[in-house]
Design a protein around this ligand. Sequence first.
Ligand SMILES: [Zn+2]
Length: 81
Amino acid sequence: MGKGGWMHDESPRIYRRWGGNPKGNPEDVTCCIEPVSDGGRSPLSSQCSRPRGKGLDGLYCGIHARRYPAAPPPAQRTDNG
Ligand SMILES: [Zn+2]
């Protein structure tokens, strides 16, 4: 896996998966996919609860879309035809 972000072939994404909860919590497909740390001493992260629709592939909320901006359109090719 690259630095941060999710594998695109990982669907549904799973949150809060650990030894005591091996199935974890599956992704809510209406919400931003960014894991949000529980904070404190917990090593777990929950799915962001804000509605998705922005950022990379429209999978992020407005806040996390700043970290994962939508990909720019592909460069124009001139060798088509
Ligand atoms: Zn978010």
